[in-house]
Design a protein around this ligand. Sequence first.
Ligand code: ZN
Length: 247
Amino acid sequence: MRYLILSDIHANATALDAALEAAKGRWEKALCLGDVVGYGPDPNEVVDRIRELGAVTIRGNHDKAGSGLANADDFNPVARAVALWTREKLRPENREYLEKLPVGPMTVNGFSLVHGAFRDEDEYVFAPAQALDSLLDAPSPITFFGHTHLQGGFTLRDNKVGVLHFKPASDGSFTALPVEPETTYLFNPGSIGQPRDGDARAAFAISDLENGSVEFWRVPYDIESVQKRMSAAGLPEALIHRLSFGR
Ligand code: ZN
């Protein structure tokens, strides 16, 4: 089975649509690692799309804050302002959908999904030392995680943690990484709606584990149109600006 793996869409419908267009016909089941909303201008549109796709979705910290399931007290002021704006904007059925999203980790067809880390859905896995805990905790050789908005991931082989290195495709397509035996993987598909790895393009992955590979995609989208909607909605300037740089 080929899975489309989305994460950290953050209410950016233009980026999501560009990703879905690029991936058309290349996957059978969609999965989402959380943060469907927060930061971006299109919370209802993005929740509608995820529901239409029938994507198996676990919750992220912004889904908890945006739906009102959690208060946004531990967010920075910018993120908190948008969480409250999102809560106002969401139609009741979409707010309820986010509120009821299952908590990760979740196992799908022999691999695992988490938003942050296995021990704490809100923990960031940025560095090898942080990855080690999740690599040891993982109940399956392959895990997909999000939350950091950095495409890539980590490996554990012969008791050593490695960082995945690859060159993202420059032509709006993908780089395929082979999955090797005797190795535990933490794969991050990257963020659809607010990448932070210095590449402003939407990021996602398609896993084809039966054929031993994971595709890491980068797809350009009309960033300016999203920024215009954010300005019109009065969303914070810093969030509008960062989309141009993928930082
Ligand atoms: Zn996020």
